[in-house]
Design a protein around this ligand. Structure first.
Ligand code: FAD
Length: 339
């Protein structure tokens, strides 16, 4: 393991923002991770862990040690006729894990096809798409407790998963580094989840009426490729904001003024699509300087010229928050981690 100095982080974040790290190390094993941690400890440096860099906005140079987790390996344990536990190390690419499981006909991850990033980060915000979240198939994760330097195994309850949320973004923020994640998947009794309307219409377009998990994955990939900008082509971090949840009474009040406002009831609350709010506030496709809201999906903020700074993107997101608040009285929350 080598620790480099003054390294550009542009290739390591999907916004393609140019900032530098005072120190940078890429770790391939637990031993290298411990060596890096020792280095940061002796120099009293702050640490930033990096996976695929697809859920961060780097707003300034990082005056500490960036540790890129590159731990690799996938193992499996057959539990019975139907169930299998698949464990992947933190540095495995998420979509490649999904493809690995589909190749073996292990069901459970197919709706989460093509989400960028690494396996080790997937529990951070309980990644989700098209009606599925990892909490639905999560068994446990192995973490290094940075306070005690002990290894711990956390189950689903201990991870406190919520909508794009977990203990790793709350009470455990900065306390753990996730080393590997285990999923409980089905070998044969596959639960085909095509509740999400767009999947049904895509499958119909594909001429499939009795889909397999592989078909569902293909449909999800098609939808994602048609709707979301490819970060390799245009810098972005996917949905920039969470969909807000408001009280049923606030929703009813809003309906008086905005009769078409969409809402998905959730107990006493209603989830409102942030993309709709942003679009109605006039931001869809709008560009200011180097930053824009995506033409096809207003929820995605893009580095339109490739030259945006993290601060410009952050300021653009603040303008959206202010304008949605003014129009609807709803405060949007950023999904992307601001560094
Ligand atoms: C085009 C596009 C589409 C997307 N679509 C979706 C979607 O449908 N659903 C969804 O949920 N997300 C989506 N995302 C967001 C993103 O892909 C996920 O949040 C992904 O899990 C981030 O993984 P990463 O490895 O890139 O994380 P990074 O950006 O590298 O890291 C995110 C945060 O986790 C910390 N971190 C990284 N690794 C570890 C670790 N091993 N232990 C502890 N902390 C760590 C980092 O310090 C940072 O704070 C999308 C992003 C893009 C660009």
């Amino acid at each position: 393991m080598s620790i480099q100095e003054n390294v550009s982080l542009k290739p390591y974040n999907t916004f393609g923002v140019e900032v530098s790290a005072r120190y940078f190390s890429e770790v391939n094993s637990a031993k290298e991770l411990l060596e890096s941690l020792q280095f940061s400890n002796t120099q009293a440096l702050p640490i930033l862990f990096l996976g695929g860099g697809s859920n961060i906005l780097l707003t300034k140079d990082f005056d500490g040690l960036v540790i890129r987790l590159n731990l690799k390996g996938i193992t499996e344990k057959i539990i019975d006729d139907n169930q299998v536990l698949v464990t992947a190390k933190a540095g495995e690419n998420w979509h490649q894990l999904v493809m690995y499981c589909l190749d073996k006909n292990y069901g459970g991850l197919e709706n989460l096809s093509l989400i960028p990033g690494n396996v080790g980060t997937s529990p951070m915000q309980n990644i989700g798409a098209y009606g599925t979240e990892i909490k639905d198939v999560f068994e446990s994760c192995k973490v290094l407790n940075l306070e005690t330097l002990e290894l711990e195994t956390l189950n689903s309850g201990q991870c406190q998963f919520g909508y794009r949320d977990s203990i790793f973004k709350q009470a455990g923020k900065g306390k753990y580094v996730i080393l590997e994640v285990t999923f409980r998947l089905n070998r044969k009794d596959h639960k085909i989840d095509v509740e999400y309307g767009a999947i049904q219409s895509e499958l119909a377009k594909m001429g499939i009426s009795n889909p397999t998990i592989q078909d569902v994955s293909k449909a999800v990939i098609n939808i994602r490729q048609s709707k979301l900008p490819d970060p390799k082509v245009i810098g972005n971090a996917g949905s920039f904001f969470k969909n807000p949840t408001i009280s049923a009474s606030q929703f009813e009040n809003l309906k008086q003024n905005f009769e078409n406002i969409p809402g998905y009831p959730n107990g006493d609350f209603v989830k409102v699509p942030a993309g709709w709010l942003i679009e109605q506030a006039g931001w869809k496709g709008k560009k200011i300087g180097n930053v824009a809201s995506n033409q096809l999906q207003a929820l995605v903020i893009i580095n339109a010229t490739g030259n945006a700074t993290g601060q410009e993107i952050f300021d653009f997101s603040t303008m959206i928050i202010d304008s949605v608040k003014e129009k609807f009285g709803i405060e949007l929350e950023r999904e992307v981690n601001i560094i």
